[in-house]
Design a binder for this molecule. Structure first.
Ligand code: TRP
Ligand code: SF4
Length: 362
């Protein structure tokens, strides 16, 4: 029996291997894709569905798409969004036609965000933030759910292919607003195939996997009518919270890093993080630190060190007791500051260029 995870909640998933088995996910194998990106090389990307068909599309230079959605709530994004953008960018650089949608209908029905407000937020912040993180707007098709009639009509049509029981089995509950959001999301993911069926990949955090499962179930039923190809997914782990919990959560702001964020505040958070250090400096020099238990190392591994040799060197120096946590945290805070400042510069530039972007129209 597949357990349910709630993509809107924040229940922790302790054991990724177990989740993979329960959900029937494929293990991500690094040999499948050319020039794997940092998070693929580091096992942050750990699973997926139907990855072979995407690998073959890349290899044979056959058309495929990569797609993701932005929730226009608040005026912040998080490090999980950064991982998604990095994977989108990978596929974009390997020939994918890229789609980014603003989930304004989802925000309206599940969070009560008015459409006008959602549009303002997406244009003033979320889309520029995705561009600042490396998305190439010239190679991307953008749309708002509320302005894409094929998506809306698709949602109405595809809704007839799901039963309430199935919905409950995937999500655990069946709120009308969640049903609306989910069928719209199914239509989002299939939208690029309406003109012409082709493989597509949706990079997601593991908490979004229920959406992928539902979409694939619906797609199986529509296959004979439309010839759709089952959409693939690429799934990444959470960036753990600095207090050692599996996922960053707004309920503990001292351990949560958002984007954008004040570099000084981030330094304090990193200095207070749970590490794999020993009880005393003497003991750490003798026994060495434990990077595999360390939230600071996780931050370096997932986000802040691009070069594999540099990361291996930090790991070795930690294990041998040559690198102590104080120094290591300072170095990490410094790298974080550089990243945040760079992000802010790119964000400013992307905000200026927002008028150059065109959207799919009703
Ligand atoms: N539900 C997604 C979220 O909570 C947003 C979204 C809507 C989406 N449509 C999508 C994500 C299609 C991926 C693909 O963030
Ligand atoms: Fe973590 Fe760095 Fe301390 Fe090692 S030295 S345990 S990597 S903070």
């Amino acid at each position: 029996m597949a357990k349910t995870i709630d993509p809107w909640g924040s229940k922790l998933i302790g054991n990724y291997e177990k989740i993979m088995k329960e959900f029937g996910l494929e293990k991500f194998k690094i040999e499948m894709f050319p020039n794997p990106n940092r998070i693929m090389r580091r096992n942050v990307v750990f699973a997926g569905r139907d990855l072979k068909i995407i690998a073959a599309s890349i290899k044979n230079k056959k058309p495929f798409y990569a797609l993701s959605g932005i929730m226009p709530t608040g005026d912040k994004i998080h490090l999980g969004n950064k991982l998604t953008v990095e994977n989108l960018r990978y596929f974009q650089e390997h020939g994918a036609i890229t789609y980014i949608l603003v989930a304004d209908l989802e925000a309206l029905t599940t969070r009560g965000v008015r459409l006008k407000e959602a549009k303002k937020r997406a244009l003033n912040f979320h889309i520029p933030a995705y561009i600042a993180l490396g998305l190439d707007p010239r190679k991307t098709v953008f749309y708002f759910q509320s302005e894409n009639k094929d998506v809306i009509y698709g949602a109405y049509e595809f809704a007839s292919k799901i039963t309430l029981n199935e919905f409950r089995a995937v999500y655990g509950d069946a709120d009308p607003s969640r049903i609306l959001a989910a069928v719209t999301q199914v239509a989002d993911i299939l939208y690029p195939q309406l003109k012409k069926p082709m493989p597509g990949i949706v990079p997601v955090g593991i908490d979004q996997d229920p959406h992928i499962r539902l979409t694939r179930d619906v797609t199986r039923r529509l296959k004979s009518k439309y010839g759709f190809v089952l959409p693939s997914s690429l799934e990444h782990k959470y960036t753990p919270s600095l207090d050692g919990k599996l996922k960053m959560s707004k309920s503990n702001p001292g351990s949560y890093i958002e984007l954008p964020e004040d570099p000084e505040k981030t330094e304090r958070k990193i200095m207070n993080a749970v590490t794999g250090g020993r009880v005393s400096i003497e003991e750490q020099k003798k026994k060495g630190g434990q990077p595999e238990k360390c939230m600071v190392f996780e931050l370096l591994k997932q986000h802040l060190v691009e070069d594999d040799d540099e990361l291996a060197d930090i790991y070795k120096r930690c294990r041998s007791g040559n690198l102590l946590c104080g120094e290591c945290k300072k170095m990490t805070a410094c790298k974080m500051k550089d990243f945040l400042n760079d992000f802010n510069d790119k964000l400013k530039k992307a905000k200026k260029d927002i008028n150059k972007i065109s959207f799919v129209k009703f």
